[in-house]
Write a protein that binds this ligand. Structure first.
Ligand code: HEM
Length: 408
């Protein structure tokens, strides 16, 4: 099929059109063979039940060796120039479970509950920023980007002066195809260089935390044992990278999308002010609509069948969380922002199965806290300019979201 919806980063710069086009594609079927120039052909799995079918069978559909869509040139450059990376998302059984067990308990709802006061404090600071800005600010830049970054890096125990560097590296890694987020003169070599940068930073951190361990997550990873041995360097680095990066651009994208939805739907803002107990439902709907992680890839290890299509051993499949969250067979009127829909929790924005997002409880907690602090104070909220969106096929969301508001 000829569509550039999944591999052309430019398409993610206009999500309204992207969503409409995906909805049209749903009418043509739940899975489509895409053969783009410069990429290995792949199946785009866009149907909600079909995506879950792939996720439920991690033995047949593995994450390794390449879990994110990359062009032929990018793959070649990465192989030739190093920049190798191995995180939880690159792993399959039996390693995946061993490595995931290491930090699973850290991110359980019962463990992160102790972070609630810190999270509420940051939400209160966000309200204070609204008060100080005096009626207009860029929600994405001023609030959404710094907030989750602050949380995840403080859980890791990194010093605050390093936060800007982490932010820049993450945005470059996730938004490698967006010209505004790239370094100057960037090319596929740059992605490898970004990974080298992370490598340098975290190698120093590991050495330091092995020498003087504290009770932070960075020390826990540095001293983590797999099969009774210290974790190898590649996997230690991969652990830092996934925790440090997966936790903030994603949550920031959902926060900004939520504010845009509320600015465009003042009746729903009023409803949440009258019924704040619905804020957790609104958060689920915001996560569904924003689907900050657009896809991951899987590789078929055996012949099989998905959505009536024959999948051959060795085929590459894209599981598109963002598209499956618009499946009209599951979500009635899927383009509408409607937190009263019956099946809010069926969204797949956090994935499913063995790789289900480790940070989902933390992300939900941050979003609920921010909206619970902000929503009661918003006497009015509207867009103060055209929002812009990052052009990435992998993790994308707003780059800027200017808003005008009055507070009570
Ligand atoms: C709204 C925010 C977030 C969204 C939409 C999101 C989405 C996702 C998705 C779709 C996956 C892959 C699931 C699959 O393959 O089935 C994932 C994995 C992961 N996420 Fe998140 N995430 C978010 C926030 C976070 C946060 C706050 C953290 C904090 C540490 C985090 C850490 C991870 C990790 C470590 C994995 C890999 C899990 C594995 O492979 O076992 N994420 N996330």
């Amino acid at each position: 099929m000829k569509t550039d919806l999944f591999h052309n980063p430019q398409r993610f710069g206009d999500m309204q059109t992207w969503r409409q086009d995906v909805l049209a594609l749903h009418r043509a079927g739940p899975i489509h063979r895409i053969e783009p120039e410069g990429f290995r052909p792949f199946w785009a799995v866009i149907g909600h039940p079909e995506l879950l079918e792939v996720e439920r069978d991690p033995k047949r559909y593995t994450n390794g060796p390449v879990p994110v869509l990359a062009s032929d040139i990018a793959l070649k450059t990465r192989t030739e120039q190093g920049g190798e990376i191995r995180t939880l998302i690159h792993m399959d059984a039996p390693d995946h479970l061993k490595y995931r067990r290491l930090t699973n308990d850290w991110f359980r709802p019962s463990s992160i509950r102790q972070m609630q006061p810190r999270i509420d404090e940051l939400s209160q600071q966000a309200v204070t920023k609204f008060e100080q800005a005096g009626g207009e600010l860029d929600f994405n830049i001023d609030i959404a980007i710094p907030y989750p970054l602050h949380i995840i890096l403080s859980v890791m125990g990194l010093p605050e002066e390093d936060y800007p560097r982490m932010l820049q590296l993450t945005q470059q890694l996730f938004g490698a195809s967006d010209p505004d987020l790239q370094r100057e003169g960037t090319s596929p070599e740059e992605t490898a260089a970004i990974i080298h940068d992370f490598n340098r930073y975290f190698s120093e951190l590991t050495a330091q935390r092995r020498q003087c361990p504290s009770d932070d997550l960075a020390s826990f990873i540095a001293n983590g044992q797999i099969d009774g041995q210290t974790m190898p360097d590649l996997e230690t680095l991969g652990y830092y990278i996934i925790i440090a990066t997966a936790g903030h651009d994603t949550t920031a994208a959902a926060m900004s999308q939520g504010i845009e939805c509320l600015a465009q739907n003042p009746d729903q803002l009023r409803q949440l002010q009258q019924q704040p107990e619905l804020i957790p439902d609104a958060v689920e709907e915001i996560i569904r609509i924003s689907s900050p992680v657009k896809h991951f890839m899987r590789k078929a290890q055996e012949d099989g069948e998905i959505g009536g299509q024959q999948i051959a051993q060795g085929d590459w499949l894209m599981i598109s969380f963002a598209a499956a969250n618009l499946d009209p067979r599951v979500f009635k009127n899927p383009l509408a922002f409607d937190f009263t829909r019956e099946n809010l929790s069926r969204h797949v924005a956090f994935g499913s199965g063995v790789h289900f997002c480790l940070g989902a409880p933390l992300a939900r907690m941050e979003l609920c806290s921010l909206f619970s602090h902000l929503i009661p104070r918003l006497a009015s909220l509207e867009l103060a300019g055209e929002p812009t969106t990052s052009k990435s096929t992998f993790v994308s969301g707003h780059k800027s979201l200017p808003v005008r508001y009055q507070l009570t």
